[in-house]
Design a protein around this ligand. Structure first.
Ligand code: G6D
Length: 350
């Protein structure tokens, strides 16, 4: 088990580093103090070949230039907040509208663009990094001084354990996720349309034309949103369901999870044998199949950006929850203890 630290440039005079965690099986996870971004995860296929299974860049400028959120820690509030506005304790807050008429992923300079403090963690069974940051009252329009601690651990069970703890000195909103784009083919050599997803979820949220939840909770039965017995991502591309067409012929939807820490999310690539199990304490997972990926950039492996190059499994609170009283709340106060935890297990399908 080891941790290797390397220079990754600087931003506004602040030094940026990468931290490569390696376990006893040769699996590696690399992350950086810029936005707690996960830049690379090397995982074996059924023949023991290690390849990168997330989208990333190999320089800090690309992360700032390309608003893709590759691997990034997202907050203070993941997802969209309609009109970037909300009311809390009788006061109306206006957040920056960084996507049309709405607020997305914490704003123009959300947590993904902040430089975090980092310290190494070494235990008998894992190595990791503990990132910390204090988001001051009013940052990106949000109330409250919020102290955040994000931990990435890599253990010898080939698990990445992601934990975020949050503390506030006044009522505010908090809904954190990690925005890694997974592609189990390795080095993004193929798109993810033949990946198979299994979800323990019988409900998903309908979206409006601005990709904001309408508030309607739909049953998956009889639709391409039913992943309970596994389904190829390709079904979303080919679907004539108006919800799949709306988001660019794929998925970009929150699924309400029926179970927790019980293999509730499984992604498979049969060609390589790679299997990713995602387990979380969060109420939902946003399945985003990379429908908007494109543009003049390449990944760290030199692969040109294209639609469906990877998919995100963003475990989080429900998007726009502050405007839907029947959604689990994302309000926290000084007396609350916020902890989001997700375990990603990288294994081989038997
Ligand atoms: C698109 O709608 C999607 C979001 O869900 C995603 O997070 C973003 O691209 C990167 O806006």
């Amino acid at each position: 088990m080891e941790i290797r630290t390397n220079d990754f440039g600087s931003i506004n005079g602040q030094k940026i580093y990468t931290y490569t965690l390696e376990n006893n099986n040769g699996m590696r996870l690399t992350c950086t103090n810029l936005g707690c971004i996960v830049t690379e995860i090397l995982a074996p296929d059924r023949n023991g070949m290690f390849e990168n299974i997330v989208l990333g860049f190999n320089n800090v400028e690309d992360y700032i230039r390309n608003k893709t959120y590759f691997g990034a820690l997202i907050g203070r509030v993941a997802g969209r907040i309609g009109q970037g506005k909300f009311e809390l304790e009788g006061k109306v807050y206006q957040l920056p509208k960084n996507e049309g008429n709405n607020h997305l992923h914490g704003g123009y300079q959300g947590l993904h663009e902040r430089v975090w403090d980092a310290e190494e963690i070494k235990t008998d069974s894992a190595v990791g990094i503990r990132f910390s940051y204090v988001s001051p009252d009013g940052e990106e329009g949000y109330p409250g001084n919020v102290r955040l601690q994000v931990t990435y651990l890599l253990n010898n069970d080939n698990q990445w354990i992601f934990t975020c703890k949050g503390y506030t000195d006044q009522k505010t909103l908090l809904n954190i996720t990690n925005h890694s784009y997974f592609n189990l083919s390795g080095n993004a050599k193929k798109d993810i349309l033949n990946h198979e997803l299994t979800l323990k979820s019988h409900r998903f949220l309908e979206l409006d034309k601005q990709f904001i939840p309408t508030g309607k909770i739909s049953h998956v039965e009889g639709s391409v949103f039913d992943f309970r017995n596994s389904r190829k991502i390709l079904d979303g591309k080919l679907s004539q369901n108006e919800q799949n067409i709306l988001v660019g012929n794929g998925y970009d939807h929150p699924f309400l999870l029926d179970d927790h820490f019980n293999e509730e999310i499984i992604l498979r690539d049969h060609e390589t044998g790679r299997k990713l199990i995602v387990e979380t304490n969060q109420p939902c997972v946003v399945v985003y199949t990379g429908n908007q990926i494109g543009g003049e950039y390449q990944t760290a492996e030199g692969v040109k950006a294209k639609k469906y190059l990877a998919l995100c499994l963003e475990t989080q609170g429900l998007p726009d929850a502050i405007h839907h009283s029947h959604f689990p709340p994302i309000i926290i106060g000084p007396e609350d203890y916020y902890e989001a935890k997700t375990i990603y297990t990288f294994t081989i399908d038997d």
